[in-house]
Write a protein that binds this ligand. Structure first.
Ligand code: ARG
Length: 460
């Protein structure tokens, strides 16, 4: 029976407790990490003289044998197993016998074990997520590189604001993702401390070497405090935050794709492979990947807030509530590992209607700031320049024309400061090229930016 306690209990557990307590349906995915921890633990038991050389060899052989059966699926949890640790101890006893197998648990607790396993698992999986985020950065960068000069309407408040390069806009979605990757790397440095050796809460009395276990499991070292090692889950919550942040970043990109794919915008055409149809409306082509990205962001935020709510107010040290850390983390990782390849494929296969975007880029008086900037270069105070440019917009609205259509007489009538030469700046290309300060949308700056983004995304 995969229960790791019972000596002081006269009777068995109520079925309702067993049902409630069982965690194998989600923590079984930690089995390989538990076995790795067991091998490291066996070695430090031997180092402390608690296993002979022969016993250590027998233990390691039994653990290898068990791992092979776990990997092949020949060994798995039974309904009577409480958690991954209990199931694997049962498997060990079956292979090594009660006398040898029963020695492994000395000096460790499920509390330090589980805290270690969840970190080890997350470190491995978040590296995968970081790679998937970089794939999306590459897809955005490739699209930017394919459209080096295409203009589009830049927006604030979703209203036309100033023209920008499509490449600039696409890269604006890449930078947050690169920061998410930075956050994952930075998180890893904090996650790289092993709680093994903390025992249940107070540390171990058996002369074990937590640094050796940490090193064998790929950690930078053991935790500094055994209470903290077993009770803290900020590392898990922080992982959930970064995953939720990535989800929110994806949802903002996704919302734009949804808008761009509408008839009204008509900025993009989705590839057939990344869009769906309607069961009743034959004409429909829906941006479901983008909508699911938007929707999954809510789920990722839920994973984070659920975990933070679990942690709030928990006294030190271990409490069983902490078992609830795993499903939100697993869900967040699973969600992004499924979502990211789909979003990357959608972005890589988007076809941009650059003609349509260019046509709309100067509309909505998006060059009014260029009029004001021209006046400033002519020596007009900006406050007055803003007024004059605003008056130009008003005149255009009255006449139902765009800024570039104002006649010489219109310009002279609005302000003596205006001359026909102002029309030279009233082009999308001129406006974009003029914004050549650091980080601006001018083609030279965007080319530099693209190179910088590419060098940041190269190699984990
Ligand atoms: N399954 C538990 C968890 O996920 C670990 C076991 C600790 N149980 C206990 N009664 N101390 O956190």
């Amino acid at each position: 029976e995969g229960r790791l306690w019972g000596g002081r209990f006269a009777g068995g557990s109520a079925d309702a407790l067993t049902e409630l307590s069982r965690s194998t349906h989600f923590d079984w995915r930690l089995a390989r990490h538990d076995l790795a921890g067991s091998r490291a633990h066996a070695r430090v038991l031997a180092g402390a003289g608690l296993l002979t050389t022969d016993q250590l060899a027998g233990m390691l052989a039994a653990l290898d044998d068990l791992e092979a059966d776990v990997v092949s699926g020949a060994f798995g949890p039974l309904p009577s197993d409480e958690d991954v640790h209990g199931a694997l101890e049962r498997g060990l006893l079956e292979r090594a016998g009660d006398d040898l197998g029963g020695r492994l648990r000395a000096g460790r607790s499920r509390n330090d074990q589980i805290a270690t396993l969840v970190r080890a698992w997350a470190r491995e999986e978040l590296r995968v997520v970081a790679g998937l985020l970089l794939d999306l950065v590459d897809a955005l960068a490739d699209q930017a590189a394919s459209h080096p000069d295409a203009p589009m309407p830049g927006r604030t408040h979703l209203q036309h604001a100033q023209p920008v390069l499509l490449a600039h806009h696409l890269l604006a979605h890449a930078w947050p993702l690169l920061r998410d990757v930075d956050r994952l790397r930075d998180w890893d440095a904090r996650a790289a401390r092993s709680p093994y050796g903390s025992g249940a809460l107070a540390g171990s009395s058996l002369g074990l070497d937590p640094a050796a276990v940490a090193a064998e499991l790929g950690f930078d070292g053991p935790v500094e405090n055994s209470l903290d090692g077993t009770a803290a889950r900020d590392v898990v919550a922080e992982a959930c935050f970064v995953l939720a942040m990535a989800g929110v970043d994806l949802s903002r990109l996704a919302e734009e794709v949804v808008l761009w794919a509408t008839k009204e915008f008509s900025f993009v055409e989705l590839d057939d492979a990344y869009s769906t149809g309607s069961s009743i409306m034959p004409q429909k082509k829906n941006p479901d990947v983008a909508e699911l990205a938007r929707g999954k962001a809510g789920r990722l935020v839920g994973d984070l807030t659920g975990l933070l709510t679990t942690l709030k107010g928990l006294p030190l040290a271990y409490n069983r509530d902490l078992q609830e850390d795993k499903e939100p983390l697993f869900d967040a990782v699973d969600t992004l590992q499924v979502l990211l390849p789909a979003v990357t494929g959608m972005v890589a296969t988007l076809r941009f209607r650059t003609g349509r975007m260019a046509e709309l880029a100067p509309q909505g008086f998006s060059l009014a700031t260029d009029v004001a900037d021209w006046l400033v270069r002519e020596g007009v105070p900006f406050r007055e320049a803003h007024e004059v440019a605003g008056a130009c917009v008003r005149r255009c609205e009255e006449r139902g024309v765009e800024l570039v259509d104002l006649t010489d007489a219109d310009l002279a009538g609005i302000s003596p400061r205006l001359s026909p030469a102002v029309r030279d700046v009233l082009t999308v290309e001129g406006s974009i090229a003029s914004r050549d300060g650091a980080g601006g949308t001018a083609p030279v700056r965007v080319a530099e930016q693209l190179a910088a983004a590419r060098s940041r995304s190269g190699g984990l």
